[in-house]
Ligand binder design. Structure first.
Ligand code: ASP
Length: 349
């Protein structure tokens, strides 16, 4: 009788609170190694699948996360893609939503789970949330659909009671165990007594080929946050940042901005220089509706791209990824208007 091969999961440990210990001298939390982490999760042996791990040479606080680290994570996934059924990335919470967004754009044709998790309390602490998060992330990464394919085929964040689409997630709390939330997209799964998957929300677009990794990430991007009183010099300074290629402008409400002529002129000039300016809202929930108010229409006529309901993390990393592929401003603008991997709600996808 033919036996099914055992499920294999790879843990990629990058650092973060989950594996931290207290520095005896400063009393501050510092990243520590994977052996310490795993020694604190004896229950892992009860899982009925094979688990291997890869560790960053020097685990980091995720405040130090950068495109080179994203490349390392993506490279490990690409090199071992055929050997594993799923991947669990252990990561600090501070920049987890950026990494989840970045990986979603880097990993084209992903058809296996990449589940990112971490914790608010170190794994060595009695009340840690790390053990539960790690075990649940492993179970989700191993989960199959009724046809034997992967249940989750995208980059997702698992934290406490919910699984969220990675490029829709935002860190919403520095101390709540439910640290992440997706303001404009439903949960992919709810974790209670059982893990209940939201089939309508899971990514199911058929893949058009083998996994293709876009390693290039061009960090020549910046955000411009509007506030009442912002002046022309500040706006021009940000839009004129040397070598900047993409600007994410965080506007009010449904995509509105001051109607002052200097603002639309400054934005028009940046657009004319080839800078891709993307309009997203400062509201945590809802979408840009560029023509709803006169205050938004004027801005939209400068040639800014409507970012619909993109998170700031997704807008920035999508620009980084598109420019990193060597695309022209015109091409980047075109792709910013489409949802590439479920990152935004728009009529064009
Ligand atoms: N500073 C930590 C980090 O992002 C916070 C955490 O993991 O919760 O690495």
């Amino acid at each position: 009788m033919k036996t099914e091969p055992r499920t294999r999961i790879l843990i990629i440990y990058t650092g973060g609170t989950i594996g931290m210990i207290e520095d005896p001298a400063t009393k501050a939390l510092v990243p520590f190694n994977f052996d310490h982490l795993i020694d604190n999760v004896p229950k892992i042996k009860m899982l009925d699948f094979d688990i291997d791990h890869y560790q960053f040479e020097k685990p980091i606080d995720s405040s130090d996360m950068d495109p080179a680290h994203w490349n390392e994570i993506a490279r490990v996934i690409e090199e071992r893609y055929d050997d594993y059924d799923g991947f669990v990335v252990l990561h600090g919470t501070d920049t987890m939503a950026y990494t989840a967004s970045a990986l979603s754009f880097m990993l084209e044709n992903l058809a296996k789970p990449v589940i990112i998790t971490g914790s608010q309390l170190p794994i060595g602490e009695v009340r840690t949330d790390g053990e539960e998060n790690l075990i649940t992330a492993l179970q989700i990464a191993a989960e199959k659909d009724p046809h034997g394919g992967a249940m989750v085929r995208e980059v997702a964040i698992l934290f406490e009671n919910y699984l969220w689409r990675g490029n829709r997630s935002t860190k919403r709390s520095a101390d709540d165990f439910n640290a992440f939330f997706s303001n404009n997209y439903p949960e992919l799964a709810e974790v209670g007594l059982s893990i209940s998957y939201n089939n309508d929300a899971l990514w199911r677009r058929p893949v058009s080929g083998p996994l293709r990794v876009h390693y290039g990430m061009d960090p020549s991007v910046v955000t411009l946050d509007l506030f009442p009183g912002i002046n022309e010099a500040t706006v021009r300074h940000i839009l004129g940042t040397p070598d900047v290629k993409g600007v994410v402008i965080r506007t009010y409400g449904a995509g509105n901005a001051p109607t002052a002529k200097w603002l639309t002129e400054a934005v028009s000039e940046a657009v004319a220089r080839g800078v891709v300016v993307v309009n997203i809202t400062q509201c945590s929930n809802g979408s840009v509706l560029p023509k709803r108010y006169e205050a938004g229409r004027a801005l939209s006529e400068t040639g800014v791209v409507c970012g619909h309901d993109l998170t700031c993390e997704a807008a920035l990393t999508k620009l980084m990824s598109l420019f990193g592929r060597g695309l022209t401003s015109r091409e980047v603008k075109k792709y910013m208007a489409y949802s590439l991997c479920g990152e935004m709600t728009c009529n064009l996808n």
